[in-house]
Every structure is written in C-alpha cells, then in structure tokens.
Design a binder for this molecule. Structure first.
Ligand SMILES: [Zn+2]
Length: 317
C-alpha cells in the first residue's frame, strides 16, 4: 500500500476501488517474444526453492527515509538472502520501485532492473501499484529481455505463467503471475485467467495486491501470523478464486501491506503474505524486513514456506 507517499488517497478505505492507473498495461515499444509462458529449470524437483521478495520501494522518499542508504541496505539484504538460500528463482512481487517524480522514471527503472538482474538467478516480476513509469512500453521490452528474466506479460496486460521444469525438461509445477495494477484483480485479469488452459499441475500464484479472501481468512480466525494494518484489497471482490482453483493454484503469495505477515486457508488455497523487503518502504519499525522462502516438492505435490531474514534468522507463525 501507499504508506509514506504523500499521494495516498486518505479518503479511500481499504476495500474502496481506487482510480485505475495503467500500470504494466502498455504494449512493448519494440518486438519481443510473444510467449506468455516462461520455462525455468530447477535443480532438485523435490526441493524447488523460490525466494519471494516484495515491496522493495527503491527511491521511496529518498530525502525522508534514509535516501540511498536505505536502498543500498535493501540491495545488500537481497544479495545475502540469495547467497544463503541459493533459490531456483526469485519472485519480485511488486512495488520494486516507488512512484517516480517527473523526469526520474528512466533512472529509477534502470536502477530497479539492475537490482533484479543482479540476483543472477532466474527471476519473475509482478507489477505493484507503485511501479509507475512514464514509458511502460519501453519497460515491457526491457523486462522481457533482461538477463534471466522470466517476465512474459508484455503482450498480456502484465499477466503470464512460468512452468518449472526438471533438468530433463519435465514440467513439474506452474506459477501464475498477475498484474493487480492499482485496483487488485479485476475483469481484465479474470478474462486472462479464463483464457488459460489448465495444465493439471499444481500451481502457485504471485500477485501484489491481496485478494478479498485475505480479509476473509483473517476474520475466520484460522489464519496465523501478524496483522498490523487493514488488508488493502482496493475493491477486488474475491471472484478470481474459482479461476485460480481451476488452474490448480494451491497458494497465493501477495505483497502490498508491509506490516502484515500471516497465512490461512480458504477452501484448498492458502492465502500467504510475503514479507516486505525494502528498507525505504514504511513499516520496518513494526515488522523487520525480510523475504519468504517457498519450497516445493514436485514428487509429493507439497509446498512449505518460511519468512527469512538477511542475518539468517527464520520466522514462521
Ligand atoms: Zn508497498
């Protein structure tokens, strides 16, 4: 969510529909692959490791919030987490950067893209509500062509899939990556989901703005973890869940609300918050910045996760 941004619409409640901004919706400015699915080889099908990092908020209020030092600390944390866990891929689930001031868009995007490619392991990116740019079309091309990028949403409104494969090329598990723009999952994303052909394989979903079911699961009392702020679904109505179930999504991993880190099950889908990663984003005084390490076992169709920190600490609710 917006937190420290002066542009935060204080009149809007956590479930009010916000004005649409065309985040991640432009077509590429030059021809790039039209593939809407990426493939990612994993080293051990029984211990596939995904490191989810979210809400890095590069360049967020640099004057007020520690400036370049905060961003440098975030980049250092990312490097340490990647080194420690050696994931098969890194999932950046939105708000990698933060509402560029006029004329700053190219510099901020270049900085953010460099930070993502620096992990030197395959990485995916889902758009967050602060990932604004003056030239989204150029970013679509750059994101698709960047080294080790799994981003394939350039021609599909920022939505795409990733197939995790064994060394021999056997498909093991699917990832569904959604662009939640500034409004959460809406008709455009649902239409894209409806057009997807189910593979029959188990899947995870990565998205920035949580689904309405994150509210439901907390209200139900069976979620575990910490909740220090309202769930900001921004008018998303929960109708995407059956579409995700149709694609065998077993868990959703969102970002957005920096000081929530909880999980709970609605029907057969676990709603999980990622741990906010960026020191320039709000909330570090309430909840330590970190990441989420997800482990998949393709042989048993099982998954597990834990919150991880750059200093080696681990937390599970
Ligand atoms: Zn954020």
């Amino acid at each position: 969510m917006l937190g420290v941004s002066p542009s935060h619409g204080a009149d809007l409640g956590p479930t009010d529909l916000r004005p649409a901004k065309p985040i991640g919706l432009a077509r590429p400015n030059r021809s790039v692959t039209r593939e809407n699915t990426a493939r990612c080889r994993v080293s051990d099908p029984e211990a596939i490791k995904i490191l989810q990092l979210t809400d890095l908020h590069f360049f967020c209020g640099r004057e007020k919030h520690g400036g370049e030092a905060a961003d440098a600390k975030t980049r250092e944390d990312v490097a340490r987490l990647v080194e420690r866990h050696a994931p098969d891929l890194v999932a950046f689930s939105g708000d990698v950067w933060h509402d560029p001031d006029e004329g700053m868009s190219d510099e901020i995007f270049a900085y953010s893209l460099k930070a993502m490619t620096k992990v030197e392991t395959p990485w995916l990116f889902t758009w967050g509500n602060h990932d604004l740019l003056e030239d989204v079309a150029a970013a679509q091309s750059a994101l698709t062509e960047a080294p080790k990028s799994l981003y394939r949403g350039a021609y599909a409104g920022g939505n795409y899939r990733v197939v995790l494969e064994s060394a021999g090329g056997d498909p093991l598990w699917d990832l569904v990556c959604l662009n939640t723009t500034t409004q959460g999952v809406q008709k455009a994303q649902e239409k894209w989901l409806e057009a997807q052909i189910p593979s029959g394989r188990p899947a995870l979903c990565f998205l920035h703005i949580p689904l309405l079911q994150y509210v439901d699961v907390w209200k139900s009392g069976q979620a575990k973890g910490v909740k220090h702020e309202d769930v900001c679904t921004y008018g998303e109505d929960g109708s995407a869940l059956p579409l995700l179930e149709r694609l065998k999504v077993r868990a959703c991993f969102c970002g957005h609300d920096h000081v929530n880190d909880y999980a709970g099950r609605i029907r057969d889908v676990e709603m999980v918050y990622g741990r906010a990663t960026g020191h320039a984003g709000y909330g570090g005084d309430q909840l330590a910045k970190g990441g989420k390490l997800i482990t998949l076992n393709a042989a048993k169709s099982q998954f597990s996760w834990k919150t991880v920190f750059a200093d080696g600490e681990i937390w599970t609710p």
